[in-house]
Design a protein around this ligand. Structure first.
Ligand code: PLP
Length: 763
């Protein structure tokens, strides 16, 4: 059963609201503007819902309109206030200079202000009201600016943090100002008492879908004397304030929710909600002992928790929770490339790591004790799964991670090579963000760190090798202190050694000056046959789609071509290359794949470009290199723009493929902590080869075997949402295995037995 903890995004529809909506569609389906009996019944229903809402919100003599939701309510409020400001200006009143909004408002507010300010030609100065560390408005700022403000917008409670605004303080700060005041009441509906007419609030938008009504129905309060300009003109519905036939099923459903607020049974009281939240907070603290809450709980809605865990990105936490069928959200908007830091937490002045890794957990007031019990149990199970995967302290790993693991931060790759027989490990290209996590992994798996190597002195960051050694020693990783004490060169290679032994494997170094003078590759081979290199860790010399730039002061552009030839001689065209940067998640590459994608590399390797010609063409490519999508220094000029698109399969397509090609290999690329938490589907019993588990972070270990398969053997990757499996399938195709597929939509769209329970939660 799904545990839905994302109520601030939207809620399921309450059972009685669904019934009311159905009745409004099937029986009382009239148009409230019709004057026959069917229409009159609809109007009576609508009037009754409005009256109930007016009572609940304390609207006094003010108006309460039905509209599509809060975004429309916000537009209408802003249009109304700004039209009135324009009219005042036309009468010679130029007192309004500013439009103010809280720095943590929902984006709909500043965007609406910008839009209408421009469209109405007002060109007022739009400024954000700063918030303090607790997320509350800076009332001093407001006092200082109120006299010059034409409109002030402050939400009642924040959607990301749940922080409740000090509306009394804001009202006092606005004393004497002629500004219009909008309060976005979306997150407060049903949770806070707003007494709208008791305050000088001019406009207050609300949204039904945040409180168990369907999407597409909202409310807008307009104070009795507040100016109003309709956003929608037409048939004159809603007293000509908002034209368009009313959404009667939405209104009926909203009415049922408002009735439920009054029935004393459907919703929990604030003290109970506080208790529920405290239990969830405690479970989170047990699961993630180093967690920090990003907003003070006493100042926030009792239904919202926002937290960050050091060393764990919100993506890791979301995947973890989702595997346990617990739906939470990143405290921030996520783009495909990178989770954007939360602007709300940034406005509160929280440190970067907190703003970039926040998770929001929110529930609605209709949840019951059983729901909270189950949520707490699942949160604890998430903590255990992380511990047992060596991702947080105190676990005993069920299976150890042999071989190579890739970690990636903003496109930069760090590699851990672990040899379990000898318990020896090497880290290549350490990244400061990963120190605690790597130290934890070494300790948990009983691995002895023998070396921390850089492939070159990096242009965009100092090596964090020393900090990783320190973290490993602090964590108590085996013999880290002894190994740390041995003498090493600037890239971390032990002085006087020609190779590093990792049990049955060895690591050798190959100098590759070019990107920097000290660039090198680390070549991993089986001890028995050193000439057969399994994987070359090449840093930025060759990346998927690019060669490392050589326009730094410390570069050696004229030596780059020779270095590439030396690399080709040492490893051959099909050996896997593990790059230092991988902006498009291709995981690994080969000289053969890169020569096919990059004409410059092909020219060097086939002898048609000499060192000078190569350097000149490369320099031309590298002129004015822009920052990467992560706003970091680009490590090379991209030469292959289009990635091989993954081939997508939907569940029906996969069933057909499994039937037609029984040799199909199906691979779960989710991480071990996710696999531990969720049932793995048996794909209707159609698998003829065993299901493989190969987490994306360890994909490189399986590539040699998969690339050696007959070209027509289908490889089907799946994960939670289809995102990571698409990356794996695209990587395989790029490396030459065309029959690589992704299960589109991932397990989220694969029919689950639990689908039968859909909606059961709130019946
Ligand atoms: N304001 C706040 C505080 C919100 O949380 C949301 C929804 O995310 C909105 C406005 C927009 O609401 P609607 O989806 O009804 O347009």
């Amino acid at each position: 059963m799904e545990i839905y903890l994302d109520a601030n995004a939207t809620t399921p529809v309450l059972a009685q609201a669904r019934q009311a909506a159905l009745a409004a569609m099937a029986e009382d389906f009239g148009n409230p503007s019709s004057i026959h009996s069917t229409g009159l019944k609809a109007r009576a229903l609508m009037d009754a819902v409005r009256q109930r809402a007016q009572r609940l919100l304390g609207t006094g003599g003010g108006k309460l309109l039905f509209l599509s939701g809060a975004t429309e309510g916000i537009q209408t409020s802003v249009l109304s206030a700004l039209s009135a400001l324009r009219a005042r200006r036309e009468l010679g009143d130029r007192g309004a200079e500013l439009l103010l909004y809280g720095a943590t408002e929902h984006k709909a507010v500043p965007e609406a202000l910008k839009h209408w300010n421009q469209l109405l030609g007002l060109n007022l100065d739009i400024q954000a009201i700063p918030v303090d560390r607790d997320g509350r408005h800076d009332l001093d700022f407001l006092r200082r600016h109120a006299a010059r403000a034409g409109m002030v917008c402050t939400m009642a409670a924040n959607n990301e943090t749940g922080v409740i605004s000090d509306l009394d303080g804001i009202e006092a700060a606005l004393a004497g100002s002629t500004c219009f005041w909008m309060v976005d009441g979306v997150q407060a509906l049903g949770k806070l008492s707003l007494r709208l007419a008791g305050r000088r609030i001019d406009y207050a938008p609300f949204s039904g879908h945040k409180l168990y009504a369907p999407k597409g129905i909202g409310l807008l309060y307009v104070r009795e004397a507040a100016p109003f300009t309709p956003l929608m003109a037409g048939g004159g519905q809603e007293g000509s304030l908002r034209s368009g036939t009313e959404n009667m099923s939405g209104i009926a459903a909203l009415g049922a929710v408002l009735a439920a607020l009054d029935d004393g049974r459907s919703f929990r009281d604030p003290a109970t909600l506080e208790r529920f939240r405290a239990r969830l907070a405690e479970a989170l603290q047990q699961a993630f002992p180093s967690l920090v809450f990003n907003a003070p709980l006493p100042l926030s809605l009792p239904t919202t928790l926002n937290f960050s865990v050091p060393g764990l990105s919100s993506k890791i936490l979301l995947d973890l929770f989702d595997a346990a069928d617990v739906r939470v959200s990143g405290g921030s908007a996520c783009s495909a490339a990178k989770a954007q830091p939360s602007f709300v937490l940034q406005a509160m002045g929280l440190p970067d790591w907190q703003t970039a890794s926040a998770v929001r957990l929110s529930f609605g007031p209709a949840v019951d004790e059983g729901f909270i019990n189950e949520a707490c149990a699942r949160i604890r199970a998430c903590g255990e799964a992380l511990r047992d995967s060596c991702m947080s302290p105190g676990g005993t790993p069920a299976e150890l991670g042999e071989g190579i693991t890739r970690y990636v931060v903003d496109g930069a790759c760090c590699w851990l090579i672990a040899d379990l027989a000898s318990r020896r490990a090497v880290v290549i290209d350490p990244l400061p963000e990963l120190n605690e996590r790597l130290a934890q992994t070494l300790l948990c798996q009983g691995l002895q760190l023998c070396a921390v190597l850089d492939t070159h002195s990096h242009g965009d960051h100092a090596s964090s090798a020393d900090a990783l050694w320190a973290a490993a020693i602090a964590a108590g990783a085996p013999l880290a202190a002894v190994a740390a004490a041995c003498e090493r060169d600037a890239l971390g290679w032990p002085l006087g050694q020609t190779q590093l032994s990792l049990g049955q494997q060895t690591l050798r170094r190959l100098a590759l000056p070019g990107h920097t003078a000290d660039s090198c590759a680390y070549l991993l081979s089986d001890a028995a046959s050193e000439s057969a290199v399994r994987v070359a860790f090449v840093g930025d010399t060759v990346m998927p789609g690019a060669l490392g730039r050589s326009d730094f002061l410390v570069s050696e552009p004229l030596q780059f071509a020779d270095s590439l030839r030396r690399l080709a001689d040492a490893i051959g065209p099909q050996t896997l290359l593990a790059p230092g940067h991988d902006y498009d998640n291709r995981f690994a590459t080969t000289l053969s794949a890169e020569a096919a994608a990059q004409p410059l590399l092909a020219g060097v390797l086939n002898g048609s470009l000499d060192a000078e010609a190569f350097a000149a063409r490369k320099a031309a490519l590298e002129q004015g290199l822009a920052l990467t999508e992560y706003q970091t220094l680009a490590c090379g000029a991209r030469q292959d723009a289009c990635a091989a698109a993954p081939q997508e399969l939907d569940p029906a397509g996969l069933r057909v493929l499994l039937q037609q090609q029984p040799e199909t290999i199906v691979i779960d690329v989710r991480e071990p902590y996710e696999q531990r938490l969720s049932l793995t589907p048996d794909f209707d019993g159609r698998l003829r080869t065993p299901l493989l588990a190969m987490p994306l972070s360890r994909l490189i270990n399986a590539l040699p075997e998969w690339l050696a398969l007959p070209a027509e053997t289908p490889l089907v990757f799946f994960c939670r949402s289809g995102n990571r499996s698409a990356q794996a399938a695209a990587a395989l195709r790029r490396l030459g295995h065309d029959a690589a597929y992704t299960l589109n939509g991932g397990l989220a769209l694969w029919p689950q037995p639990s689908d039968a329970l859909e909606g059961a939660l709130y019946v």
